[in-house]
Design a protein around this ligand. Structure first.
Ligand SMILES: [Zn+2]
Length: 371
């Protein structure tokens, strides 16, 4: 499975089908929304059938849609995968499938080149997470991005062996010495974390360590790392990789929800305050048509039919006349999807918000405006 990198996306975006069309399919397979495999498979069926109907009997599109269906039905490991992105053009030998640790907005499109917008948005929004595990002797530092391990560093400092065998009279000295060695080790651990930070960079840092070590460690961290702290995890320094990855994923999900919540708070303030906020589909589409959107916020799963102008590209919830140029509008199945694509084309940031009741109250879609 290819990793999502700038390079992979650029290569894909550069693909042009001369004699056939490319099918792009995003599928949300998040276990919290789709408890059973049948649930997201049914969603896929609906999307594929609609794409088939719109394909005007194209054999090549039909073959590509089948390939996507077969790929999904072959099974998805949902312990680490929450979204799929698939791109197919059998006529030109193209098949790429990405398993994503973040949810996507389910959508199928057919066109001359792969629709990479959602992949780009995922990469743009992804934050690196540092994980520092520490006990009295070990320090292990990991950096994850989109579920992939991108950096790793280890430190082991053995305590003197004979400490357990000394007599009663030495014990006071020993304890003192162990404390000194521990605080030295913790200083070294903080140093390892900072070295990794300088090498790979990360936006957030989480720590797994016994309480007393954690306190010492947090105090020793470089200020750059202190301001990146994103809570603790209960994973020991000797934990297997699977546990570390799982705990990192939980922190990432929590950080994502917090980021979304902050964005929605800003939206609510902007809507009620300085006017640099648009809430609800009508106002958001107007703002997009006027190219005033800085950041688009959409509730996961929100879709609504609407209209697009074939002359000027403007979007509207109500037709049939373009609010911008007065031409006739064409119906679109999902104007929310069109709005997301338009926002991507305008280089806006996009936040797909999950289970955010405040955004739902604001109309399930909103935009922070540039002016
Ligand atoms: Zn128009």
């Amino acid at each position: 499975m290819p990793a999502i990198t700038e390079n992979a996306i650029r290569q894909l975006a550069g693909f042009r089908a001369e004699q056939a069309e490319v099918v792009s399919c995003y599928l949300d397979v998040d276990g919290r929304r789709y408890l059973r495999h049948q649930d997201y498979e049914r969603e896929l069926q609906v999307l594929l059938r609609r794409a088939q109907e719109n394909a005007n009997g194209s054999r090549s599109v039909a073959t590509d849609l089948h390939r996507i269906e077969d790929f999904v039905k072959a099974g998805v490991d949902r312990s680490s995968t929450r979204g799929l992105a698939m791109f197919a053009c059998g006529a030109h030998g193209l098949w790429e499938a990405f398993t994503l640790p973040v949810p996507v907005r389910s959508h199928v499109s057919v066109g001359p080149s792969p629709a990479v917008g959602q992949l780009e948005a995922i990469l743009q929004d992804s934050e690196r997470l540092g994980v520092l595990l520490c006990d009295k002797q070990r320090a292990r530092m990991f950096v994850f991005e989109l579920g992939e391990l991108v950096d790793h560093s280890e430190l082991f400092e053995e305590l003197p062996r004979d400490y357990d065998e000394r007599g009663e009279q030495d014990r006071g000295d020993t304890q003192h010495h162990v404390a000194a060695l521990t605080s030295q080790h913790v200083r070294h651990a903080a140093r390892v974390a900072f070295d990794v930070f300088q090498g790979s960079g990360f936006e957030r840092l989480t720590i797994g360590a016994p309480d007393e070590i954690c306190h010492l460690l947090e105090a020793e961290l470089h200020p750059y790392l202190k301001e990146r702290l994103a809570g603790r995890i209960t994973v020991s320094a000797s934990a297997p990789m699977g546990d570390i990855r799982g705990a990192a994923r939980q922190v990432e999900v929590r950080v994502e929800r917090e980021t979304e919540a902050r964005a929605v708070d800003r939206l609510r303030e902007a809507v009620h305050g300085n006017g640099k906020g648009a809430a609800g589909l009508d106002k958001v589409l107007t703002a997009l048509n006027e190219r005033r959107v800085d950041r688009l916020l959409v509730s996961q799963g929100f879709s609504d039919p609407g209209w697009r102008c074939q002359q000027c590209g403007a979007l509207a919830r109500v037709g049939p006349t373009c609010p911008v140029c007065g031409s006739d509008l064409a119906r679109v199945d999902d104007v929310v999807e069109e709005a997301i694509e338009e926002a991507l084309a305008q280089s806006c940031r996009i936040e797909i918000c999950i289970d955010n009741a405040d955004l739902d109250v604001l109309g399930r879609v909103g935009a922070l405006l540039r002016y």
